[in-house]
Design a binder for this molecule. Structure first.
Ligand code: UD1
Ligand code: CA
Length: 428
């Protein structure tokens, strides 16, 4: 088991946003959430420390609500990455095990890579392991400086690098594994005598080398995993990278995705084989989609959705927090929210479950039992239950529970006034 430190105190000026950088989202999960989950899913982290600073209250509140076991350490002011980690030293005074350090703005890192990285650290019997990557354009990253024996010597930041060092394409990915018992003293002796006047975490490398500790480098194969978010442009790029990864997984698992470029699927959506996703669908949040379903084109699945097998969610249909049982169709222009829908139900075009009362802000549930048929353009005003095999006439507004096998209809009777046009014209 090990402990993790996740750096998340920085301001993120280039995001041009009032929101703290690490709380920006990809689908509806925050950047910080991705990093914490990647660490937690390794199964080897017993405790996570998140360094908070900029808008610390907002970040802390978010963590308490979503990742309650996480510890936070306040860094105020933010004097650099080394300063950030040094603030954890008093919390881990008697700890001598391993610590992994990551950044809260690299959401694409995977649990598998973290596990492999820690495994490499252990099998190399290293005291400090740095994750590196080879970048064709290394600008702005810290560079990995090796000695004549190819061993790690130092990390030099872009702003402190000489011309020769700037040509190095091996960069510091910003992820470290260290034997805390041997390295924690390094944080007490960092200096800010550098181009940025900051306490650099990267200076622990020189300290380890000078102290005769074993320092190793793990070269990451897939650069994309340490793609850092510094701007809205980066956020959009990372969303695309993550989506490509998810789409590929579903294709391998036997899901048919007609157009990977316009299909967006959140990482927490499960889809069974032989379901077809048509172009231009947006699927966010946690969902479970069964076998042989048809989704889209132009469908929006907003999270908390369970679709059993053979369900059709067609064009311009939005579904959130709902369970829809097998063989049910909602093929066109429909909103289904906070609903429980049975098997073999047909939801006509333009049906709305009116689940939200804006004055009281109360959301209510719609229950539709097996074999129900809902006529087009109906509004089901929740809370409401439509019992087994009932039929709702087109254009009805349903405000009461409907007993099974009955027809409910609120439409005003059709009137036909013969020759109305002719009479009207004569009067003029
Ligand atoms: C850092 C590394 C650089 C590496 C790069 C990889 C240092 C000195 N440099 O540079 O070698 O190539 O990451 O992405 O570490 N943070 C705090 N407190 C602070 C400063 C930063 O918590 O006082 C947090 C930020 O919120 C961010 C992370 O640390 O999550 C990295 O900080 P950032 O300023 O982005 O470092 P880089 O310049 O990218
Ligand atoms: Ca950065």
């Amino acid at each position: 088991m090990l402990k993790s430190i996740i750096l998340a105190a920085g301001k993120g000026t280039r995001m041009k946003s009032d929101r703290p950088k690490v709380l920006h989202t990809i689908f509806d999960k925050t950047l910080l959430g991705y990093v914490i989950e990647a660490v937690n899913n390794t199964g080897i982290a017993e405790e996570n420390y998140v360094i908070v600073g900029h808008q610390s209250e907002t970040v802390k509140e978010y963590l308490e609500r979503n990742y309650s076991g996480t510890k936070t350490v306040l860094q105020m002011p933010q004097l650099g990455t080394g300063h950030a980690v040094s603030l954890v030293v008093p919390h881990l005074k008697d700890y001598t095990g391993e610590v992994i350090i990551l950044c809260g703005d690299t959401p694409l890192i995977t649990s598998d890579t973290i596990k492999e990285f820690v495994g490499f650290h252990r099998s190399s019997k290293a005291d400090l392991t740095v994750m590196s990557a080879i970048q064709e354009n290394p600008t702005n990253y810290g560079r990995i400086v090796r000695n004549s024996d190819d061993m790690l010597e130092a990390i030099v930041e872009e702003k402190d690098a000489n011309a020769e060092q700037k040509n190095i394409k091996e960069i510091n990915a910003g992820i470290y594994c260290l034997n805390w018992g041997k390295l924690s003293n390094a944080f007490l002796s960092l200096s800010n005598d550098n181009a940025q006047g900051e306490y650099y975490l990267t200076d622990i490398v020189k300290w380890a080398v000078n102290s005769g500790l074993k320092s190793c480098v793990y070269i990451l194969k897939n650069n994309e995993e340490v793609f850092g978010i510094n701007s809205k442009e980066n956020l959009a790029q990372a969303t695309r990278y993550l989506n490509d990864r998810i789409i590929k997984k579903h294709l391998i698992n036997g899901v048919t995705i007609i157009d990977p470029l316009t299909t967006w699927i959140s990482p927490d959506t499960e889809i069974e084989a032989d379901t077809v996703i048509y172009p231009s669908c947006y699927i966010e949040g946690k969902n479970k989609i069964g076998k042989n379903c048809k989704i889209g084109p132009f469908a929006h699945i907003r999270g908390g959705v369970v679709l059993e097998d053979n369900v059709k969610i067609g064009n311009f249909v939005e579904v959130k927090k709902s369970v829809i049982k097998s063989d049910t169709n909602a093929c066109h222009l429909t909103y289904i929210g906070d609903s429980e829908i049975g098997s073999n139900v047909n939801i006509g075009a333009g049906t709305i479950t009116a689940n939200y009362e804006p004055l009281s802000k109360i959301k209510s549930k719609t229950v539709i039992k097996d074999n129900v048929k809902i006529g087009s353009n109906s509004v089901l005003v929740a809370p409401v239950t439509i019992n087994e095999s009932a039929n709702i006439g087109a254009l009805s507004v349903i405000t009461k529970d409907i007993p099974k096998n009955s027809l409910a209809i609120t439409r005003s009777p059709l009137q036909i006034i013969a020759d109305w046009v002719v009479k009207k014209t004569k009067k003029i």
